[in-house]
Design a binder for this molecule. Structure first.
Ligand SMILES: [Zn+2]
Ligand SMILES: [Zn+2]
Length: 287
C-alpha cells in the first residue's frame, strides 16, 4: 500500500511565526499520513489547524484518527482549532497515553476548560472518541498496524511505528525523546537496545533533533536529542530515511540549513546509507 506523509507543523515547544522561520515553518508538531482516502494524524500541535481547514474544504465527512505522542502544549494546542470538530457527521478518534493518574479524556477536557478556553470539549458536534494507549500497546488504526513504545521524556511519551496492514513501507514517529544521558525516566537499562529493535529497518524515521551537540550540553534532562544522536540512532536501526523534527524555536531557517548539512556530514562520516532531511512545513513524502 502506498501512502503520503505531509508535515503541517515541524517546530518544537512554541509556534515561531515570522520571516526568519518561513521556510521550515513556525507551527508545532503535526504530521498527516494518508492512504486510500484514510487519514492518520500524528500529534495535534498548531499545524493541525491548517490541516483541518483543508479537510473541511473537501467533499464528504471527515473521519480522522489522531495519535498523540504526549499531551505537552506543543502537541495538542491546535486541537481546539481543528475545524472538523465543529460539524456533525464528522468523526474524530484520539489515541494517546494517560499522564500519571489523569486520563487522556480528562486532560483533553482540561485543555478546553472555561478558565482557559471559550468552548468546552463537550460542545463539539463531531463524534469524538478517546482511546488510551499503554506503552508497548499495539492496535489497528486506519489502514495501519500501530505499535507504541515509551520514550525518554518527562511524562509518558510514546513513539509510534506504523506498518500498512496490506503490506508496504513502514514509518516511525519518534519525537520528544532524549537519546543521551540525563534526566530521570521510567525506562529500563535495555531501553536503547529495545528502541533500535523497535525501529529496525524502518523506511522512514521522524525523530526529535532539537539541539546541536553544543546546545545539548546545557539541556540534559530536558527530554530532547541532538541531530548527531538522531543520526546515530537511524544508522544503528538501519533506517532508510531520517527526518529531523521538532525544531528548536530559536533556530531560524539559516541555522536549520546549517544543522541539516552537519547531520548529513555526520551520516556520511559513519558510512551510514541513511538519507537525512529536515522537516519543513508543507513537505510531502511518498512511501
Ligand atoms: Zn514537544
Ligand atoms: Zn514534550
Amino acid at each position: 500500500m502506498a501512502y503520503t506523509v505531509t508535515f503541517w507543523g515541524a517546530r518544537g515547544s512554541i509556534p515561531t511565526p515570522g520571516a526568519h522561520t518561513a521556510r521550515y515553518g513556525g507551527n508545532t508538531s503535526c504530521v498527516a499520513v494518508e492512504a486510500d482516502g484514510r487519514l492518520v494524524i500524528l500529534d495535534a500541535g498548531t499545524g493541525i489547524r491548517g490541516l483541518g481547514l483543508t479537510l473541511v474544504g473537501q467533499n464528504g465527512s471527515v473521519q480522522a484518527e489522531i495519535l498523540l505522542s504526549h499531551t505537552h502544549w506543543d502537541h495538542i494546542q491546535g486541537l481546539p482549532h481543528f475545524k472538523p470538530f465543529f460539524a456533525p457527521g464528522n468523526a474524530v478518534r484520539i489515541w494517546g497515553s494517560k499522564q500519571g493518574s489523569k486520563s487522556l479524556d480528562e486532560i483533553l477536557h482540561l485543555q478546553m476548560d472555561p478558565a482557559v478556553f471559550p468552548i468546552p470539549l463537550t460542545a463539539v458536534s463531531a463524534a469524538l472518541t478517546v482511546k488510551e494507549v499503554r506503552p508497548g500497546g499495539e492496535f489497528t488504526v486506519g489502514p495501519f498496524r500501530a505499535q507504541s513504545m515509551q520514550l525518554r521524556h518527562p511524562g509518558t511519551t510514546l513513539a509510534y511505528r506504523l506498518v500498512p496492514v496490506a503490506g508496504g513501507r513502514s514509518m516511525a514517529y519518534v519525537t520528544d525523546n532524549e537519546l543521551g544521558p540525563g534526566g530521570s525516566y521510567d525506562t529500563p537499562p535495555s531501553w536503547r537496545r529495545e528502541l533500535v529493535q523497535f525501529l529496525s529497518g524502518v523506511d522512514l524515521l521522524i525523530h526529535d533533533a532539537m539541539y546541536t551537540p553544543a546546545e545539548l550540553d546545557s539541556h540534559r534532562g530536558w527530554g530532547h536529542s541532538s541531530y548527531e544522536e538522531a543520526v546515530e540512532l537511524a544508522a544503528d536501526a538501519g533506517a532508510k530515511r531520517l527526518v529531523l523534527f521538532h525544531h528548536e524555536p530559536e533556530h531560524d531557517d539559516a541555522a536549520l540549513d546549517g544543522l541539516l548539512a552537519a547531520a548529513q556530514r555526520s551520516a556520511k562520516r559513519r558510512g551510514a546509507p541513511v538519507e537525512v532531511i529536515a522537516a519543513q512545513e508543507g513537505m510531502q513524502l511518498s512511501l
